[in-house]
Ligand binder design. Structure first.
Ligand code: MRU
Length: 382
């Protein structure tokens, strides 16, 4: 998507790869919205760390990063013979897989890269195939987000007020976004609408990333406290909810997404507000049989006990934020009582009966239809 920086507009992807230097190129998302900076990871371990430490985040974005990271690890192999290379592949695969557990997309992406490599008879051929497969995963992911936009656009009626949670925008994908794709398509069609971005404590991806994205694209929006959604729904001020997901169970239609998504789905159900989940095909897990089997990431308690932000220079009003000093814009402040601890599950699971539809690149499906329609959705034969 286009980013306006110091008066210049340039298109960026969230994740890229420099084959000359064998580096994965990422937007340092922890600095947004206060500073836009690209970072390069020099080996697969750094790439895994970038996922774990959330330099890059969002299921499809960490999937592309994982795919490139695997290709990067393969490319760095200096030994002889495809057997030895395959031991390296397993090492890289495991390191990146373990960086974050809830999203299934990185796993699906790396399985695809690993499979594509196997067609090569030599180390060099396998290295080339891995890089090509990673690139193809990233390009396909963008095309799928565009298709989500086409299918989801009719849901955004003129004047619609849309709630979204966390960031399922282009920063969470390679480009375009999932939950935001129908919004951008509606905007391109000239439709007017308004987006409420849940702040999304504890890391505030809604307040920092979604709000920044929408501001960059000129979409009307406001940030709301997580606890405000019920009040707005009760007053008839929200017409539609669209969120992304880290794992959709193809067998049951349950979805895992950022903590607080379940609460919003319950509220939407209570108020008869349509609740949609937008996903590329890499987000579908065709194996697990219950949402209780989804590994839910437990993150550091510091995220709940405090918050990151940029100190404003004196006299600047909110909205005109300018970070103080280069490289020093991100500061942590303790909010909670100093002697208290915290529990910090990063995701929750929303049951199928609270979901109106799953917006996919192949169309919109009811959650419990996914298994029956798996032929159209890249699922297994049986
Ligand atoms: O912890 P995060 O920021 O990686 O969580 C991101 C989300 O929960 C997104 O909604 C999800 O990954 C879907 S992104 C299209």
């Amino acid at each position: 998507m286009n980013v306006r920086l110091r008066g210049q507009v340039r298109p960026y992807r969230t994740v890229g790869y420099d084959p000359r230097r064998n580096e994965v190129i990422l937007i340092e998302q922890r600095l947004l919205p206060h500073e836009f900076r690209l970072v390069a990871t020099r080996d697969y371990r750094e790439t895994a760390r970038a996922i774990r430490d959330m330099i890059v985040r969002g299921a499809p974005a960490i999937a592309a990063t994982a795919a490139y990271g695997l290709a990067q690890g393969v490319r760095a192999f200096r030994g002889r013979g495809v057997d030895r290379l395959s031991a390296q592949v397993e090492r890289v695969f495991g390191t990146i897989r373990d960086a974050r557990p809830t999203a299934v997309d990185p796993l699906n992406a790396m399985v695809g890269v690993r499979q594509a490599m196997r067609a090569g008879g030599t180390v060099e051929e396998q290295q080339e195939l891995a890089a090509a497969a990673a690139r193809s995963f990233a390009d396909t992911s963008v095309a799928q987000c565009e298709a989500i936009g086409r299918h989801g656009m009719p849901l955004i009626k003129e004047g619609a007020r849309v709630l979204t949670h966390c960031n399922a925008g282009w920063l969470a994908c390679v480009d375009v976004g999932t939950a935001t794709a129908p919004l951008y398509a509606a905007q391109a069609a000239g439709r007017g609408f308004h987006v409420f971005c849940d702040e999304t404590r504890p890391r505030c991806q809604g307040a920092s990333l979604t709000a920044w994205e929408l501001a960059q694209q000129g979409v009307s929006h406001q940030v709301i406290a997580d606890n405000a959604a019920g009040h707005l729904m009760q007053r008839g001020e929200i017409d539609l909810v669209i969120v992304g997901s880290d794992r959709v169970l193809g067998r049951t239609g349950e979805i895992a997404n950022k903590i607080g998504t379940y609460t919003k789905a319950v509220l939407a159900h209570r108020h008869r507000i349509p609740f949609y989940v937008a996903i590329p095909l890499s987000t579908i897990d065709w194996d697990l049989r219950s949402g209780f089997d989804i590994p839910i990431e437990e993150r550091d308690e510091a995220e709940v006990l405090g918050a990151w932000g940029a100190p404003l220079a004196p006299k600047r009003r909110a909205g005109a934020a300018k970070p103080v000093g280069r490289g020093s814009c991100r500061a942590y402040v303790r909010v909670a009582n100093p002697t208290s601890g915290a529990r910090n599950p990063g995701f929750d699971v929303t049951p199928a009966d609270l979901i109106t539809g799953i917006i996919t690149p192949a169309g919109i499906f009811r959650p419990r239809e996914l298994w029956r329609k798996r032929g159209q959705l890249g699922g297994p034969a049986t």
